[in-house]
Design a protein around this ligand. Structure first.
Ligand SMILES: Nc1ncnc2c1ncn2[C@@H]1O[C@H](COP(=O)(O)OP(=O)(O)OP(=O)(O)O)[C@@H](O)[C@H]1O
Length: 726
């Protein structure tokens, strides 16, 4: 019999998922259970077995990359010439809707899409116009506020109004003023940011029922991948679109929800039947990816989560090798061990470099490994980010040191106006002309002409003074101290701090830490020139885009991917789980961090290594093994390296204290909507809503006439009349 590409090779449950086409269907699919295969084959099934046109099928994926991959696989099954237009992300789909119908909202069809960098550019302009210093309110915080204010779609009506947005000049409240100025500016360029794409689509559908009916009519079948990471708006959107034909098929794994921090809500998959009482549920429990050893480690870890749907994954794969936990005495040891292990895999087991992936919680963690990989001549590629020494803030920071050591023009140009010192194009031209004529470097030229009128009202003198002061100090300071002092003296560190981008600040700290470590490893003071030369060699050695290279990426980037050999590195308490997330979002965050660890573990097919080491973090805290390591059932992994008794005790104590602090914070809301409460400063108010995710009450305070978010943990918020009641 002829082979059936679509149905052969599926297991029973996958086949059920593929061939159940009508009505609402939920598939709860564990890691590595062939979700992607089920989705692609179902799409092909609808086209080939039911004769549905791809133009009547919407298939929503989580990333553009996933959409591309799905398209590729679908084309393999249904033939390359077929159109697969509506395989896209939520945002991508909204763009398609808007390109066709946005004119109803009085916007041109060739509107532009604003990415985060564009948003920041708009904000910068606003800051300048308002005469605000960047540190008055930080960028990211502002972007977040703008996003928060856009939760409600009311502003879209304002944007559509030809009489323009309300005049920001009339507004007192600064945040609101910034928002309105932002709206005005984006309207001027007909720009839509990511939040707008979905909001405009909603408003379009709400106001123009005919347009909605057209799209509902068009989309006979809707499939959604990674449904556990859908936000409420995204859920509403597919729900709305499926109202006409009722064929909504969603696939997800609640244990892999890793985007709660940006609005994902697993309740839509967990409680799907609440919205679709007649839905069918299919479980995919068989894991095709990993060895039983790796799967057991994953299961053991994720079982610690309380907020989950119990499902036990199994595999028919033959037994493999035990999972390894490596504990090193310091970061270099950890990096060395990983690299040695990689070399053994390649040389003794015939593994290719590109079968190996190194995963970590945050971007900056790649640095210590990168250095060792370069040192050992192992090619590597970083996915979804820059290589450490290629990041802007790192290049800027090092340019300071280069300028001190060599006074070269390149370094000078890189930093002379960062942070802003009013030394823009015109003044640089001036310097270049003089430098050329007088045979000087740009730095020397600036020294010579700093009193010229063209440099009045600039910060040229302060800049020169800072660099000169550092030149004087360079003999007596170590390179690490020199770096630190320089970044402070020139204001570069403050500039990064004020920009509010925590990743960049973390990277700077990581750089400082890496110099300290380098000095320690050499065991003597090194000269500035020596250090810079060492770095140049490192980076020159470093070639891009090698096919057979080890892959480095964050866990978030690794989602949905699989690799034969996985190293989950930097498994240190406060890194994974990430301390900052825990502080902000408490218990919810801990479970999300655990899910992240679970996602990482379940990427591995054949061998899995969990590594961490002692020492200090970039913030100067002592490092301990992650609590997640202690949570994995003993016996499921083998330990290499020794955790001293004392270290283990301390680690357990640190974890215990962290846990206590966490559980002391409020787990449940004390008040509900309508409760009358009293605040020591804002006085009497009424709870208007309870935000479970952010763990705040929105309270309307009568005297002030405003609504403020008040934390669940705030002990001084009391119920009005509580004394009398008790
Ligand atoms: N019926 C099957 N028979 C053999 N191999 C399968 C089958 N279904 C899936 N696989 C293989 O199992 C692996 C995991 O599949 P897939 O990537 O679709 O899983 P997933 O559910 O999307 O995983 P995750 O959610 O962890 O990212 C793939 O290598 C896939 O080819």
């Amino acid at each position: 019999m002829e082979q059936d590409l679509i149905l052969d090779g599926l297991n029973e449950m996958q086949r059920l998922a593929v061939t159940t086409t009508e009505g609402p269907i939920r598939v709860i699919a564990g890691a590595g259970s062939g979700k992607t295969r089920a989705l692609t084959n179902r799409y092909a099934y609808l086209v080939e077995y039911l004769g549905i046109e791809p133009s009547n099928l919407l298939c929503v994926t989580f990333t553009n990359k996933a959409a591309q991959e799905m398209r590729r696989r679908v084309k393999k099954l249904i033939g390359g010439e077929r159109d697969t237009g509506y395989i896209s992300t939520y945002h991508g789909f909204c763009v398609q809707v808007l390109r066709e119908d946005i004119h109803h909202l009085l916007y041109p069809k060739n509107f532009i899409i604003l990415d985060t960098e564009d948003q920041k550019t708009i904000l910068r302009e606003i800051y300048e116009e308002l005469g605000l210093k960047l540190n008055d309110s930080k960028f990211n915080r502002n972007l977040k506020k703008i996003a928060d204010m856009k939760v409600d779609t009311g502003y879209v009506e304002q944007l559509m109004n030809p009489n323009e947005v309300i005049d920001p000049a009339e507004i007192e409240d600064q945040d609101r003023k910034i928002l309105l100025m932002y709206l005005k500016k984006q309207k001027r360029v007909f720009g839509l940011d990511f939040d707008d794409l979905i909001n405009f689509t909603f408003v379009l559908f709400q106001r123009y029922k005919k347009v909605l009916a057209k799209w509902q009519e068009r989309l006979h079948y809707i499939q959604v991948d990674e449904f556990q990471d859908s936000s409420s708006k995204q859920f509403e959107l597919v729900k709305l679109l499926s109202e006409q034909h009722g064929n909504l098929f969603v696939v997800g794994d609640p244990d892999q929800t890793i985007y709660e921090w940006r609005g994902a809500d697993p309740k839509f998959i967990v409680n799907f039947e609440q919205w679709f009482p007649d839905c069918q549920t299919i479980f995919l429990n068989q894991n095709y990816r990993s060895t039983p050893e790796i799967l057991s480690v994953g299961n053991s870890l994720i079982q610690q989560n309380k907020l989950r749907v119990e499902k036990s994954m199994f595999t028919e794969h033959p037994s493999g090798v035990k999972v390894v936990h490596y504990h090193g005495k310091n970061e270099q040891e950890e990096a060395k061990w990983i690299v040695e292990r990689i070399q053994t895999l390649v040389k003794k087991q015939g593994v290719n470099y590109n079968e190996i992936a190194l995963l970590y919680r945050s971007n900056y963690l790649s640095r210590f490994i990168e250095q060792e990989l370069i040192h050992s001549n192992i090619e590597y590629s970083i996915f979804g980010g820059f290589k450490f020494f290629e990041r802007k803030e790192i290049k800027d920071a090092l340019a300071h040191l280069r300028l001190i050591a060599f006074g070269d023009d390149l370094s000078f140009l890189r930093i002379v106006n960062t942070p802003k010192r009013q030394i823009g194009k015109k003044r640089i031209e001036f310097l270049k002309e003089r430098a050329e004529a007088e045979g000087l470097s740009l730095y020397e030229t600036l020294q010579r002409y700093v009193d010229h009128e063209i440099f009045q009202r600039t910060k040229a003198r302060e800049f020169l003074e800072a660099i000169e002061a550092m030149k004087l100090k360079r003999e007596e300071l170590s390179v690490s101290d020199l770096l630190q002092d320089t970044l402070q003296a020139t204001g570069y560190e403050a500039y990064i701090r004020e920009d509010g981008d925590q990743d960049r600040l973390d990277n700077l700290m990581e750089l400082q830490q890496s110099v300290v470590q380098y000095e320690r490893s050499i065991g003597e003071d090194i000269s500035l020139e020596y250090y810079l030369q060492m770095l140049t060699l490192y980076t020159e050695n470093d070639r891009e885009d090698q096919k057979d290279s080890v892959k480095l990426m964050t866990i978030h980037t690794a989602k949905g991917l699989e690799f034969p050999y996985v190293f989950l590195v930097g498994m240190t308490e406060s890194v994974l789980p990430n301390e900052r997330s825990l502080r902000d979002r408490k218990e919810h965050a801990l479970e999300e961090e655990r899910r992240l660890a679970y996602v990482a573990v379940t990427r591995a097919e054949k061998e899995l290594y969990l590594t961490e080491s002692e020492g200090f973090t970039g913030r100067g805290q002592k490092k301990y093994p992650s609590r997640f390591i202690f949570e994995i059932e003993e016996g499921l992994y083998q330990r290499v390296g020794v955790i001293e008794e004392e270290m283990e005790q301390e680690a357990r104590e640190v974890i215990r204290v962290a846990r206590r602090i966490q559980t002391n914070s409020e787990r449940e809301a004390k008040y509900e909507e309508g409760d009358r409460v009293e605040h020591p400063v804002f006085q009497i108010g009424t709870v208007q809503s309870v935000d479970e995710r952010k763990r705040v009450y929105h309270v309307y305070f009568e005297e002030m006439g405003v609504t403020r978010p008040i934390s669940w943990n705030f002990k001084k918020l009391t119920k009005v009349g509580a004394d009398r009641e008790s």
